[in-house]
Design a protein around this ligand. Structure first.
Ligand code: MLT
Length: 408
């Protein structure tokens, strides 16, 4: 028999959100007719902005006509989309990003999972704890960790984010080459100030490290002092790759569009110690392994940056933030501490005790699905995450059920 990649054997049994889905399915089977409210995985519920729908329809009509039909698109994504992204998301905020530094893709999840391929296997990696599990699992698969021991993989540096440090980890105390950061944070909803993020950029510059900055939730930032992009910070172009997504700000989870920025100034070294630019390496990888996002979807994404698109996506994120406010208020009213929900769609709640026990209790007694904090790492034990992505009606009902269950 052919041998497998043995590093897969080190992984925990299943991906966190698949595990939750399985438990929820099993619960529903054994409790038929019991209505559940899902505030677990961050999946949007509201329809696409009308500007995106109109652009999507127009592009489908173009595909129906020989004169405007399009086959394979450009490797990095259509210029029309990359130009509006560069202007709308970066240059308008003083972040120097050019259209040809942007790679359009189907997901920040996939890009943040795949990016590790372009680095050597023996690099030293730092990940936050709690953490979006994709960053960790993909490095396990690639053989960059030892076995799972006492709730952690050997060989990784864990950057602990807890209530004690305001969910902002300290800089690593041992040398690392690659650092994963996500702000506004998934899962805690915490944010970084400009000064805090500058500290990470300065650290990366001093230590020749690279930061992988996941900004998939930047559309939820309301406090204008919080940076939306790492490239707003001095020197970040030489040390950071940024991931963005249309999933949560414009409701694209079902139609798929995202992008990654790899600045041309970002260098690493080859086996002989020569400097190489990561932009060329990622371009090579992208061209070989990815076939692009469909033309109608890229047109729909372009519409996010139109005058109406900006207003409509803002209304969408406002809607989910209002949900988050309702959840936060309910949680605080029963005396539990929480963070997030003000500049992020996630609320991170300190429940104490075992996170999976709490998950089961909420499911069983309230019929509400949450995400157990321990699924995001050891530091998530004793916490749960509630997502603000649901209809208003469902959120209002869920918070009443949660209050009754926990207060009763
Ligand atoms: C989450 O719930 O953490 C997100 O939906 C995961 C994702 O976007 O892949």
């Amino acid at each position: 028999m052919i041998p497998i990649n043995n590093h897969y054997q080190k992984l925990q049994a299943s991906y966190l959100f698949s595990d939750i889905a399985r438990r929820v399915d099993a619960f529903q089977e054994s409790h038929p007719g019991q209505p559940l409210i899902k505030l677990g995985i961050g999946d949007v519920t509201e329809p696409l902005p009308p500007a995106c729908i109109a652009a999507f329809h127009r592009a489908v009509d173009e595909m129906a006509d020989r004169r405007t039909f399009r086959g394979y698109g450009p490797d990095q994504g259509y210029e029309f989309l990359r130009q509006v992204i560069a202007e709308g998301d970066f240059r308008s905020r003083g972040a120097p990003v050019d259209a040809d530094e942007i790679f359009v893709s189907d997901a920040a999840k996939c890009d943040s999972a795949n990016i590790q391929e372009i680095f050597a296997t023996d690099i030293r990696i730092a990940v936050p704890d709690p953490v979006y599990p994709v960053y960790v699992d993909t490095n396990v698969m690639a053989g960059r960790t030892g076995p799972w021991t006492n709730g952690r993989y050997e060989g990784l540096t864990y950057l602990e984010a807890t209530a004690d440090n305001g969910y902002v980890p300290a800089l690593p105390s041992n040398p690392v080459d690659l650092i994963y950061l996500c702000y506004p944070n998934n899962p805690t909803g915490a944010t970084l100030t400009r000064e805090q993020l500058q500290t990470w950029v300065d650290y990366a510059r001093e230590n020749e490290a690279v930061i992988l900055y996941d900004a998939a939730y930047e559309g939820f930032i309301r406090d204008e002092s919080i940076p939306h992009s790492i490239y707003e910070l001095e020197g970040a172009r030489e040390v950071a790759i940024e991931f963005r997504s249309f999933s949560k700000n414009a409701g694209f989870t079902g139609i798929r569009c995202a992008f990654t920025v790899v600045p041309k100034a970002l260098k690493a070294r080859d086996g002989s110690g020569n400097a190489v630019d990561l932009h060329s390496i990622w371009a090579r990888r992208h061209a070989t392994k990815f076939n692009g996002v469909s033309y109608p979807v890229q047109r729909a994404a372009e519409a996010v940056y139109s005058t109406e698109g900006k207003i409509q996506t803002r209304q969408l994120t406002d809607f989910y933030l209002e949900n988050a406010g309702l959840i936060r208020a309910a949680i605080e009213s029963i005396g539990l501490s929480c963070v997030g929900g003000d500049n992020a769609p996630y609320i991170w709640i300190q429940t104490g005790g075992d996170s999976w026990d709490f998950f089961d209790r909420l499911l069983d007694k309230a019929g509400v699905v949450c995400t157990p904090g321990s699924g995001f790492g050891k530091c998530g034990e004793g916490c749960i995450r509630l997502s603000a992505f649901n209809s208003r009606e469902a959120v209002v009902e869920a918070v009443e059920r949660v209050k009754d269950t926990l207060a009763g």
